[in-house]
Every structure is written in structure tokens, then in C-alpha cells.
Write a protein that binds this ligand. Structure first.
Ligand code: DAH
Length: 339
């Protein structure tokens, strides 16, 4: 019996010395220690052994089983260590590899230009307010002294929602609203979208942005308007920038003017950028029309004011030397990434 057991043990250890993986190890376990395994078969035959020999034989069987199991455990441990080592190797992080830049969004040139303009006027003590884009005809036209038969009211220029409601064509619509909400002194700018039924081209869009400015107080004169806009132009386009005012007409201001800035590209000598004139038109402005004040119960003998309105896209296109306004609305990341 002892020889038989030694042979089984030897055979098992021999097989174990050649095993290469956990599957193989399991097969050997089944072959020798499983229900139908060789060693188990010996154990089952114990009943045929005489009672006096049983303890001894039992001891042999046990020794053989322990020897095989110990070897198996030892091999299993080396396999597991190897597997762990491989896993760690495959998961190793090369900290010297160059990092991947996270994709970061960019501010739209309009947004950048708007925050610059806002910063300048906030610095001068202005408050930033907003008005509705869907507006009453009244605030967009009538309250601004624009007569009912004015060409701008034409359906060809204005998007009407109903007879009395429209998409505002100018941020000037905020003027009357501010004068209802606040008592003078008033010093506000109001940026936002405006709508006109224009065909899309390099300089037009049916939806664009304006920034309105309105100041009402005692003793406000055209000199205040000029001084304010001169400071604004310097802050936005550079210290050397000059401003020029040309007489113009707007129904809600009297007198009215258009304001040009000296070309910041050529300094006023004339270049392709300013179409040779040395000047670039940037906004409309004027002294608030007495009728506009009266309609809001502000006495024009006591209070005067000035207003101005500028196109935000125009500022952004000028500042960043963009020559086609359509780029501003296409959201092409190749364009936006440059800002
Ligand atoms: N609302 C005018 C426009 O859209 C711009 C403008 C001109 C605004 C003169 C003003 C102003 O406040 O005083 O063309």
C-alpha cells in the first residue's frame, strides 16, 4: 500500500513540476484529489484494510495528500504572483508621457467686445440694464418720437408679430422703459439683440446686437456727450484715438450726430481699412429730444440728456479685423478658436 501511495505521490509531483497554468493545476487536482481521483480511490479502499493497519495506512494517505496539496499551493502562489505582476505591468502609467490638453471653450468675439464696452461704461458710473427683444411697437417707435408713417416702420424693415408687437429693431426701445422705471439722474447702457428684415451679407444680418447709452440729468450738454464718447473711444481703440461728429438726423435726438473715430490702423492717414478716409463710423448719438422726455413726464426745461447707439458686431469686426460679419454667426470652431 505504501509503495502504491508513494507512486501516486511521485506521479502527482512529477505532473505538477510540468504544469504551466492554473487550468493545468486544476486538472491535476481533479486527477488525484477529486471525487474520482487516484488518491481518493485509495481512501475509499480503506474499508478493506484491517482495523489494526488502518491508522498507519491512513497516515500514509494523509502524508501523500498533504505533500501533493502543499506542492499545489506553492505552485498556485507562484502563478498568482506572476499574474499580479503581469497585471501591474499592463497597468503601469508612464508619467513622462506628454499630457493631453483639455479642450477649453472660447469666448465669442461679440462677448469679448461687449465685456470691454461694459467695463468702460461701468467705470464711468453707468448701470447695465436689459430690455425685451419682443417689444411693443410703442416703445420701439412712438415713444421715440418716430412718426407712424416713418419708413423704418415699414414691414419690409421690421418683423411684426402682431399689429402692436414686434421684434425690436433697435435697443433705443429701452430708453422709454428706463425713463418709466427710474427718475433722473439716469446713466445706463443697454446691450442686446435687435432684428431687421435684412438679407444676410458680409455687413448685414437679420439679427445683430446694439448697445444703447442714455444719460439724463440737470445741465447735460452736447459737450458731455462729446467728452464721454471721446473717452470711450480712447479706452476701446487706444489713447491716440480721436473722435469726429457729423450732423445727422434721428427722430429721438436733437441735435443728432454720427460719430467717427480716427482709424486705429493707419492713425488717420488713410488706408484700406478706413477706405482711405482716415475715419471709421462707429455710432449714432444726440441730445435726447424734448418730446421724448415730455412723453415720460420729465420736464425738458429741468432735465436734458444724451443718447447713443452702437453696433456691437461693428466694434468686434473692427477690433479683431474680421472682414465678414457672417463668420460671427456660423460658430465655426476654427474661427472661434482664434479669440
Ligand atoms: N437706434 C439707432 C439705430 O439703430 C442708433 C442711435 C442713434 C441710437 C442715435 C441713439 C441715438 O440712442 O441717440 O440706428
Amino acid at each position: 500500500m505504501k509503495e502504491k501511495l508513494d507512486a501516486i505521490k511521485q506521479k502527482a509531483l512529477e505532473k505538477l513540476s510540468q504544469v504551466t497554468d492554473l487550468d493545468g493545476l486544476n486538472e491535476i487536482r481533479v486527477e488525484f484529489l477529486g471525487k474520482k481521483g487516484e488518491l481518493t480511490a485509495v481512501l475509499k479502499s480503506m474499508k478493506d484494510v484491517s482495523p489494526e493497519d488502518r491508522p498507519k495506512v491512513g497516515q500514509f494517505v494523509n502524508d501523500a495528500r498533504v505533500a501533493i496539496e502543499e506542492k499545489m499551493d506553492e505552485i498556485k502562489k507562484t502563478f498568482e504572483a506572476k499574474a499580479l505582476e503581469n497585471k501591474l505591468k499592463s497597468e503601469v502609467i508612464d508619467v513622462t508621457l506628454p499630457g493631453k490638453d483639455p479642450e477649453v471653450g472660447h469666448r465669442h468675439p461679440n462677448t469679448i467686445a461687449l465685456s470691454e464696452v461694459e467695463k468702460i461704461f461701468i467705470g464711468m458710473g453707468y448701470e447695465v440694464i436689459e430690455g425685451p427683444e419682443v417689444e411693443y411697437d410703442y416703445f420701439n417707435f412712438e415713444a421715440l418720437n418716430i412718426p407712424a408713417n416713418h419708413p423704418a416702420k415699414d414691414e419690409q424693415d421690421t418683423f411684426y408679430i402682431s399689429k402692436d408687437i414686434l421684434l425690436r429693431t433697435q435697443t433705443s426701445s429701452c430708453q422709454a422703459r428706463v425713463m418709466m422705471d427710474k427718475k433722473p439722474p439716469i446713466r445706463v447702457i443697454s446691450p442686446g439683440r435687435v432684428y431687421r428684415s435684412d438679407e444676410v451679407d458680409a455687413t448685414h444680418s437679420p439679427c445683430f446686437h446694439q448697445i444703447e447709452g442714455l444719460v439724463i440729468d440737470k445741465n447735460i450738454t452736447f459737450a458731455d456727450l462729446k467728452g464721454t464718447l471721446a473717452e470711450f473711444a480712447k479706452a476701446l481703440f487706444g489713447e491716440d484715438t480721436k473722435v469726429k461728429f457729423r450732423p445727422h438726423h434721428f427722430p429721438f435726438t436733437e441735435p443728432s450726430a454720427e460719430c467717427d473715430v480716427s482709424c486705429f490702423k493707419c492713425g488717420g492717414k488713410g488706408c484700406r481699412f478706413c477706405k482711405g478716409s482716415g475715419w471709421i463710423e462707429i455710432l449714432g448719438c444726440g441730445m435726447v429730444h424734448p418730446r421724448v422726455l415730455e412723453m415720460r413726464d420729465i420736464d425738458p426745461k429741468e432735465y436734458t440728456g444724451f443718447a447713443f447707439g452702437l453696433g456691437l458686431e461693428r466694434i468686434a469686426l473692427l477690433k479683431y479685423e474680421i472682414d465678414d460679419m457672417r463668420l460671427m454667426y456660423e460658430n465655426d470652431t476654427r474661427f472661434l478658436k482664434q479669440f
